[in-house]
Design a protein around this ligand. Structure first.
Ligand SMILES: C[S@@+](CC[C@H](N)C(=O)[O-])C[C@H]1O[C@@H](n2cnc3c(N)ncnc32)[C@H](O)[C@@H]1O
Length: 376
């Protein structure tokens, strides 16, 4: 007989064991303040499995033949899945007005435009991108494919269903909801027209080899995901993105996220309302690291000056060139002759060049990713 719900408490040692297990598996980091919320979220699992303690639960995850499946159940409850349609819509405007036109000018996205929403939660980001693509007429000129992936199976199932309640529409223009959703029994169902552009799959972003199922893409949205990962995991994920992006492809992060201290392999691109990252179209230029470090500071400065709060990753600090850039100097004039010492773990320009080479496989379909079902 299992103990009463509330009696099952997580000890600091049990918290440490579980936290490290989750961190190893998918990079999520939990500070000491997360102990009680982990207790609250996982207690149900301990009870359902008829276990006596979080120590037993840890042992189950590690050694039971169903431990792997249980880990997925745990991830469903410990991940933060907050999302809604048209979140951070200045990036969606940029997609339509600046990013796709830049790709087209560069000779890309002619026959097909592939976009990956990495960490898509319940799918609102994917369908928002699809609405923008439809509205902008992108789908008339080319085949548009938007892939959504998440580590939470519950989220992927919900994304495929495409049925949403009012809170998902908190900032959605009413005409968009009317055009792309059908109301049935108090919930809004994504129309087949939108579904046809979208596919969803289960993916741990730390699993670089499985990420290959995404194929090569023109644009990656990974917003409000990296903030939950520790620094080594962010680096791994960004390396995977570099690998998956076609040369000249774009990476968009959330407003509080940046590549400072994570990677120097990308170029920073100034847009009207944002600064985003681009995989260099050709070989990486030598000395890219200095301008990029400085440009990062410009990104930080310009984002905060537009009133959007910005949080640097833990431990992030600006180097002198970056500070000068933030103070108004043109970072592109930063001397290239004496590059600063690489930050520990930062990708070198040689790493970048190797990744460019490795990324020469052609785009291909994503067999593991499925279209949302229209019969729900
Ligand atoms: C806060 S949501 C962001 C959703 C959406 N991108 C947005 O900005 O509205 C973060 C999502 O990242 C997912 N996630 C966290 N770690 C992940 C990992 N290692 N691999 C894949 N997805 C992950 C979580 O499951 C969660 O659904």
């Amino acid at each position: 007989m299992s103990r009463a719900h509330d009696e099952i408490k997580i000890s600091p040692e049990e918290f440490r064991l579980l936290r490290d297990l989750f961190n190893q598996h998918c990079g999520l980091q939990f500070g000491p303040e997360a102990r009680l919320s982990m207790e609250r979220r996982l207690r149900e699992r301990v009870v359902v499995l008829n276990l006596h303690s979080f120590g037993d639960y840890y042992a189950y995850l590690r050694s039971n033949s169903r431990g792997r499946a249980e880990l997925e159940e745990a991830l469903d409850v410990i991940t933060v899945n907050e999302t809604y349609f048209f979140r951070e819509d200045y990036q969606l405007r940029a997609l339509r007005n600046e990013i796709v036109p830049m790709l087209v000018r560069g000779g890309a996205a002619k026959g097909r435009l592939s976009i990956w929403s990495a960490g898509c939660s319940t799918g609102e980001e994917v369908y928002s991108i699809a609405m923008v693509a439809r509205e902008a007429g992108m789908t008339a000129a080319r085949e548009v494919r938007i892939f959504g992936s998440d580590i939470s199976r519950r989220c992927v199932v919900a994304a495929r269903k495409g049925i949403y309640g009012a809170s998902s529409f908190r900032v959605t223009p009413p005409e968009m909801r009317r055009r792309y959703f059908e109301e049935r029994q108090g919930a809004w169902h994504v129309t087949d027209e939108l579904r046809a552009l979208c596919q969803f799959g289960h993916l741990n972003l730390l699993d670089a080899s499985r990420a290959a199922v995404v194929g090569r893409v023109d644009i990656i949205f990974c917003r409000n995901v990296l903030i939950y990962l520790d620094e080594p995991s962010r680096r791994k994920v960004i390396e995977t993105f570099y690998e998956r992006l076609l040369p000249g492809g774009f990476l968009l992060l959330g407003h509080s996220e940046s590549l400072l201290n994570v990677s120097t392999a990308f170029e920073l691109v100034h847009l009207r309302e944002d600064l985003i990252y681009r995989k260099p179209a050709a070989k990486l230029r030598l000395g890219l690291r200095e301008p990029l470090a400085a440009l990062e500071a410009v990104r930080a400065a310009s984002i905060s000056s537009s009133g959007i709060p910005r949080v640097l990753p833990p431990g992030a600090e600006l180097d002198p060139a970056a500070r000068a850039a933030a103070a108004g100097a043109d970072p592109r004039l930063a001397p290239a002759a004496s590059p600063p010492a690489p930050r520990p773990g930062a990708a070198s320009s040689q790493d970048g060049a190797a990744q460019v080479k490795a990324g020469s496989e052609p785009p291909r379909a994503m067999p593991a990713f499925q279209k949302p079902s229209s019969s729900v």
